[in-house]
Design a protein around this ligand. Structure first.
Ligand code: SF4
Length: 449
């Protein structure tokens, strides 16, 4: 463990004075963090609501993701059968739905407390009038994904990775979605020719070592369809890892079935990034889905979005991240909500995210602390934003505060500047056994198609 050094052999009186002043300032104003409460276990509420809303649905249908998908709640009339809504509220929501439709899986609906208008699950799924009432904020495509599309559906922004958008269909339409602009397009899936054009681009660009498959939600595609894409990606030598972005483990965990997991296990390394935003989403069903993925050799990371009134507190984020670790999901990113038209009511000041980071770091294990990032508008990319722990620096000494706000002096070795070396690209080979299986299966598939 790194220990702070004592103040010895001080050579510069000026530096000492400088440090004393900064230390005094910092001690006067300790970081405003919240001491964490003992986190109580709170059982998820699926059982009760499922019995209330869907008690007549037998287990074989409840466990069938296609049944959930077919029975998504997509109109205000249907919604009003489950959630108390006044006539005025219904009229307003119908207006919202013209611009921003709704779709909620029966499973996710069963997590909502219908009596609580501020329920954090409800706020992610059920539209509110503010989506169209708060005008003048945000844009349709703040990340300028269209601009960075090199062929339709393929975004190449960073040097070594690309994003394949295979469909705009999602099991649920999350009210804070960055791609709300796609919701009115009626649901599309990339054609065979479009997918081939994406693969062709990746084959020709040898710097691409990491392919993110996203949407919409790519797991809305059949397992066979997904396999046809993944197997062909796996045959490209320079593609080292494949990542799937999916919210299915959260909003319809039944999708993570044996057929899917068996398929994914053939083409590793595959990672899955999912999107839990609140600890109440960590249900037994979601835990089982993540467990199936992990046991199939697919590591699962979580990318949550900081949302006003949903997860914008130290306590909620801590419970979420600690709960994720318990189901073997690593908290990866906490995103500042993008500047998307129709989401202003859910956005928080950046300072809230910084306070949450400050209140988690040191109080819980580092594994449970995600990186807080802003995905910059105009396609500027992701930038980590962290509280500042270095208070000052002179010569070879740093003044650093810890999570308690205590101040420490550290020796910071000075080295002569060296010529900057550009590291050679890392050559990582896919294990031969895995590669052979992938190619053989891929060949079989392409012969069939
Ligand atoms: S699952 Fe993801 S892409 Fe789909 S609506 Fe939710 S946030 Fe948007």
């Amino acid at each position: 463990m790194k220990m702070p050094s004592t103040m010895k052999n001080q050579s510069a009186r000026g530096a000492e004075k400088y440090f004393r002043e900064i230390a005094a300032e910092a001690e006067e104003e300790p970081p405003g963090k919240t001491a964490l409460l003992a986190l109580e276990e709170e059982p998820p509420s699926t059982g009760a609501q499922r019995r209330r809303f869907f008690g007549h649905i037998p287990d074989n249908l409840w466990n069938d993701w296609k049944w959930h998908f077919r029975h998504r709640i997509t109109t205000v009339d249907e919604l009003a059968r489950y959630i108390p809504l006044t006539a005025e509220e219904q009229a307003k929501l119908r207006l919202v739905a013209v611009k921003y439709p709704l779709a909620i899986t029966p499973y996710y609906l069963s997590l909502i407390d219908p009596a609580d208008p501020n329920d954090p699950i409800r706020k992610q799924a059920i539209p509110v009038f503010d989506e169209i009432a708060l005008t003048g904020f945000g844009t349709e495509d703040p990340l300028e994904e269209r601009r960075d599309s090199v062929v339709p559906g393929l975004v190449h922004r960073y040097p070594d990775r690309v994003l394949m958008v295979l469909t705009d269909i999602c099991p649920m339409l999350c009210r804070h979605c960055t791609r709300k602009r796609e919701w009115r397009n009626g649901g599309w899936v990339r054609t065979t020719a479009q997918i081939e054009a994406m693969l062709d681009y990746i084959r020709r660009h040898k710097a691409v070592r990491d392919v993110v498959i996203s949407g919409g939600d790519p797991l809305t595609l059949s397992t066979q369809h997904l396999e046809s894409v993944i197997s062909r990606l796996r045959r490209i030598e320079h593609v080292e890892i494949i990542r799937i972005g999916s919210r299915f483990p959260v909003v319809l965990p039944q999708r993570i079935d044996d057929e899917l997991c068996n398929m994914l296990s053939k083409y590793g390394p595959i990672w899955l990034n999912t999107h839990f935003n609140h600890y109440r989403e960590i249900t037994p069903e979601a835990a089982a889905a993540c467990d199936r993925l992990v046991r199939s050799g697919v590591p699962v990371n979580n990318q949550s979005v900081l949302l006003r009134g949903i997860n914008d507190s130290v306590e909620t984020q801590t419970r979420l991240c600690q709960g994720l670790l318990k189901i073997k999901v690593r908290p990866y990113y906490l995103f500042q909500c993008d500047e998307v038209e129709g989401t202003e009511h859910l956005r928080t000041p950046v300072e809230v995210g910084l306070e949450i980071m400050e209140g988690m770091r040191g109080y819980t294990s580092g594994l449970a602390v995600p990186t807080f990032v802003i995905d910059l508008p105009q396609g500027g990319g992701k930038v980590p934003v962290q509280p500042n722990y270095i208070l000052g620096q002179t010569g070879d000494r740093l003044l650093v505060r810890n999570y308690h706000g205590h101040i420490y002096h550290c020796h910071n070795p000075r080295v002569k500047a060296k010529a900057k070396l550009v590291p050679a690209p890392l050559q990582v080979k896919v294990p031969v056994a895995v590669k052979k299986v992938g190619i053989r299966d891929a060949d079989r598939l392409s012969l069939r198609s």
